[in-house]
Design a protein around this ligand. Sequence first.
Ligand code: NAD
Ligand code: GLY
Length: 368
Amino acid sequence: MRAEYSDWSGLMINLKVKLSDRSYPIHIGNGAFEAALAEFEKARAASKKLFCVADAAVAAKHKTKLAALSKTAEIFEINGGESSKSLANVEKLCSILAEKNIDRKSCLIALGGGVIGDLTGFVASVYMRGIDFYQLPTTLLAMVDSSVGGKTGVNIPEGKNLVGSFHQPRAVFADTRFLNTLPRREFAAGMAEVIKCAVLGDRALFSMLERESLSCKHSKLPEAIRRCCRLKAEIVSADERETSKSGGRALLNFGHTFGHAIEKCAGYGNYLHGEAVGIGMLMASRLADKLAGAESGNFDRIKSVLRKCGLPVKLSKLEAADMLEAMYRDKKTLAGKLKFVLADKIGESRTEHVDSSDVLSVLEDFLR
Ligand code: NAD
Ligand code: GLY
């Protein structure tokens, strides 16, 4: 059971992902960017070259920070958005790194959302058979989820994240001031991942989300980010490569099996990842109730929190059978068995294999 929710008003929060000699810190809050600059200065003093892949929108909106960063790192801008997670960009970045004589002791820096983080992390994992990299997340989704845990990768036409690797960063610096320029819809999509963490493992966080409407300047936001990162750090430390037979890292996929099918069937880009995951969590709650043969009340509570965050709670024009087929094609589906994360209570979750007939009936009800 998690401690009760407390307001946080300090400057910076520090956590650790424990993975023996690959352990690393996560710094969260107003000031994390300066902490990153200090770390990069040290790396420079030790003759390491630093190369930063920066989201172009972030570079345009945070010019002073970029100017400060350019004193220690060479900066290369790439657009955010899913289409940038491509093998073409991996090749382009590797060529630039080679031209610039970036060697095995050099470090990459990912400054941006999950797209820049996943792409840069993947390049760091393959360039010269692997070099170090830092994560400087600038979206809420990247701060609470993608920058932590070492999953990296890009998309191919056949599917999202089908080419990737596990490559942990040296450190994560999540400076919440970057969120001031994040579009409202992107902020809401990040809140879906905060709600996910609350439902799967932090009841006190969920209660706080029922009481408060978080925005980028809300005093409780850094503490919410900390709680999500702490949960993810604990899960990743125990099951880095998602190999646990039950529970483990797969718990972080709560709402994702349905969510990925929504993204695919609606056409990538029509729903942001977080929006699809939000509706996916509602579907997963219906599924848990159906399997338990009783209403837990979770569906209504999650729906109300999603609404409060400005996230969609309904879907239209999708076919249940198409969604089921998309689930069978998901890379997380093994040996034709559908596995779901189910939360019987808010804050407690488990994984379970479920019959396709139960999944189909939940989809049909939901899409009616
Ligand atoms: P994103 O990186 O595309 O960023 C969303 C949009 O916000 C982009 O247009 C970007 O240019 C813009 N942006 C970023 N920071 C900004 C800022 N501070 N101010 C203004 N605009 C800003 O998307 P995302 O939602 O951050 O990440 C989604 C990606 O993350 C997906 O590809 C998903 O697969 C991946 N992901 C990875 C993991 C993981 O564990 N590796 C986990 C979850 C999601
Ligand atoms: N976002 C799921 C994971 O990192 O495992």
